[in-house]
Design a protein around this ligand. Structure first.
Ligand code: SAM
Length: 245
């Protein structure tokens, strides 16, 4: 488990600079983001037209990129953090330094908008949802995953999770977690009927991964834990919806 290199307030984006070397380590501080990126990409169908654009809001170091390979999208990533964008660019993402609440891209430009593990980091997540919907063309697809604003989510993701070797300490501010019903309502206000499902890492995969780490083996030496659907959206959940209007 690694802390951010200096003492910064919870959710301070500068933590991503301190952790820049962790992004692409399969057993590093952002390991779970790799598992989640794979699960998010499974919600994205192959592009329906040549030149289709996928806008990845809060793209970080572009962990979604390898999972989109062969699907036919031009992958544009928007993020606040330069050090992450440099790495995303090295993985084939066309990068835009910007804020997900004021994205410098045209209305309706995107066939798909992805917002993976972003909204729970944005103080005005409603504004980011409005931007995601604005970017989508009619018929375009929104896919996202985030943490719910529940006591269970705060317990698992912050009070327990940030003590495990999978989540850096201080990376979340639990006050920003995103109420699932409010997210559905906000998306609907902007023309996207979002369907949610709870997700979680598969327990056996996580235990095997942890055992490999304890033995000092790299996470790459075995399969990454799968993210699987679960009955409750109370902690981690995915959303998927098409822009109708
Ligand atoms: C938990 S990481 C997720 C990165 C990536 N989506 C993934 O799943 O690998 C959150 C990312 O959101 C970015 N971020 C936070 N607030 C943002 C904002 N308002 N606008 C754009 N990016 C933001 C951070 O710089 C960081 O790269």
């Amino acid at each position: 488990m690694r802390d951010a290199g200096r003492t910064l307030p919870r959710n301070d984006p500068r933590q991503y600079d301190d952790l820049a070397g962790e992004w692409w380590r399969p057993d590093g501080a952002f390991a779970m983001l790799h598992w989640l990126a794979e699960a998010r990409a499974e919600l994205v169908p192959a592009a329906s037209r040549p030149g289709a654009l996928l806008v990845d809001l809060g793209c970080g170091a572009g962990l979604l990129a390898p999972h989109l390979a062969g699907k036919g999208y031009r992958h544009v990533g928007v993020d606040l953090t330069f050090s992450a964008l440099e790495q995303a660019a090295a993985h084939g993402v066309t990068v835009v330094n910007g804020d997900a609440t004021a994205v410098p891209l045209a209305d309706g430009c995107a066939d798909v908008v992805a917002a993976g593990e972003l909204l729970e980091h944005v103080p005005d997540w409603r504004r980011a949802v409005a931007e995601a919907c604005r970017l989508l063309r009619p018929g375009g697809l929104l896919v996202l995953d985030t943490l719910n604003d529940t006591a269970l989510s705060r317990l698992l993701a912050v009070h327990i999770g940030e003590r495990l070797p999978t989540v850096p300490r201080g990376i979340h501010d639990p006050r920003l977690f995103v109420d699932a019903r409010a997210l559905v309502a906000e998306s609907a206000r902007h023309g996207v009927e979002l369907r949610l499902r709870g997700i979680r890492p598969q327990l056996t995969g996580v235990l095997a991964w942890l055992a490999r780490r304890v033995r000092g083996a790299t996470g790459a030496a075995g399969p990454a834990p799968r993210i699987v659907p679960t009955w409750s959206t109370a902690v981690l959940y995915q959303g998927r919806g098409v822009r109708t209007g």
